[in-house]
Design a protein around this ligand. Structure first.
Ligand SMILES: [Zn+2]
Length: 70
């Protein structure tokens, strides 16, 4: 399960399902951990689905602004 806002950005309907490939195609980027809600269903499903497990492990840090020495 994806975060609600993200889900709505790729899916006009509130409900429904998309496979990982279709969701990523619509997003034009790969999914990563912060895209998913912290629900047991995701971790359970990841046990059966290596492709999901891989995405739940993927953490991409937000870009931080460079803080220079003044
Ligand atoms: Zn699909």
């Amino acid at each position: 399960m994806l975060r609600f806002g993200l889900w709505r950005s790729i899916n006009a309907r509130k409900d429904g399902m998309l496979c990982l490939a279709c969701a990523e195609w619509r997003l034009r980027r790969g999914l990563m951990r912060r895209d998913f809600i912290d629900a047991p269903v995701n971790r359970k499903q990841a046990l059966k689905c290596p492709r999901l497990a891989q995405r739940l492990e993927k953490i991409v840090p937000r870009k931080r602004r460079f803080v220079g020495v003044r």
